[in-house]
Design a protein around this ligand. Structure first.
Ligand SMILES: Cc1ncc(COP(=O)(O)O)c(C=O)c1O
Length: 347
């Protein structure tokens, strides 16, 4: 797994530049799972990191990140306890969409002698986690407020169902509709005496629009650092910084077979592509990708190519480390944290 660090640094600077004042950037660390990239994002102005799992949050805190948001529900005694211990070292905020989550967080915080920040997660149309109505947001906020060890900080709502809409106008309308649902919850909470200090939303391809909406305070974009084929068409201003180095193992007419497959590259959401080569993915196996070249090309058995992933988070999760390239030369090796089942890299 190759990381073109110049491209990653350019992506970090570009996104940071959009959120230098007003709405702030709290990049999603699930996309890279890498402390070295996280610290570069913080140095560029990010206010902390977002994570999908408790283990990612613990790993980042153990590597010096002082403010993390777990933008997901955390369920399970071991995970909640590890997070509560991390909350002694750093500011840890966790999303909840059920009073049971909040109770478990409060109990663990009590045992660890720490405090959790809490965001009420609001379903803004993705139909994944999140309370379904503003009334439910208020009820949950009331339950959180009654618990010790928890500080209600606001709300989050992820408009991921609108992220890959190719038509810009339709995408923007979808984002606005989704964020209207989040702001309705913010207003209901304020009316009930729970003003939201944090209103967190946004991904790579929605950040530019979501981040300008009144009331949004934080953006959770993540994949922009590395980029992939899913987001490339909607955010061409970011460069591909992550590729998988593959070898041509078979070639017949215009059919090229590479020795990378589902065990080394994420195909979710979009097909991978060979960098600099016009070819269509025909088939994928665990150890093979079969491409059809548009026209007879120069690729021969033994040639090496770089493959741009369809989806970065699942690609990164398959690898133990980044080979960091500067000027086309490997200059460092950076571990991938909290990968696989999640806690294997947590010391
Ligand atoms: C809750 C949440 N926030 C933010 C993101 C970041 O989105 P992206 O990777 O497009 O930047 C994701 C990605 O799935 C997510 O699940």
């Amino acid at each position: 797994m190759l990381l073109a660090i110049e491209a990653a640094e350019a992506n970090i600077a570009l996104m940071a530049g959009r959120f230098a004042g007003g709405t702030r950037l709290r990049p999603h660390g699930k996309s890279h799972k890498c402390a070295e990239l996280a610290h570069r994002q913080i140095r560029a102005g990010a206010i902390g990191l977002t994570t999908a799992t408790a283990w990612e949050a613990v790993a980042f805190v153990n590597r010096g990140i002082k403010d993390v948001l777990v933008a997901n529900q955390v369920v399970g005694a071991e995970k909640v306890a590890a997070l509560a211990a991390a909350a002694r070292e750093a500011r840890v905020t966790v999303a909840v969409d059920d009073a049971g989550h909040a109770r478990h967080l409060a109990e663990a915080a009590g045992r660890a002698g720490s405090t959790f920040g809490v965001l009420v997660e609001v379903d803004v149309g993705l139909a994944r986690c999140g309370v379904r109505t503003p009334e439910a947001a208020v009820q949950l906020a009331q339950a959180v407020a009654r618990l010790p060890g928890l500080a209600l900080r606001g709300v989050m709502g992820y408009e991921g169902h609108r992220a890959l809409e190719p038509d810009e106008k339709a995408r923007n309308e979808g984002i606005n509709a989704a964020m209207a649902r989040l702001i309705a919850a913010v207003e209901a909470l304020a009316a009930a005496g729970f003003p939201a200090a944090i209103v967190s939303a946004g991904g790579t391809s929605t950040a530019a629009v979501t981040g300008r909406l009144p009331g949004i305070t934080e953006i959770q974009a993540g994949s922009y650092v590395l980029m992939d084929n899913a987001r490339g068409p909607v955010t061409p201003e970011f460069q591909n910084a992550l590729t998988i180095l593959a070898t041509v193992v078979s070639r017949h007419d215009t059919t090229v077979v590479l020795d990378t497959g589902r065990k080394t590259i994420g195909l979710e959401m979009a097909a991978p592509a060979i960098a600099g080569v016009t070819a269509t993915l025909r088939r994928s196996g665990d150890e093979h990708l079969v491409f059809e070249l548009k026209e007879p090309g120069p690729l021969r058995v033994g040639d090496q190519v770089e493959v741009i992933p369809g989806y970065v988070p699942t690609t990164v999760n398959l690898h133990e480390a980044y080979l960091v390239m500067r000027g086309g030369v490997v200059v460092d090796v950076w571990p991938v944290l909290a990968r696989g089942a999640g806690n294997s890299w947590v010391p």
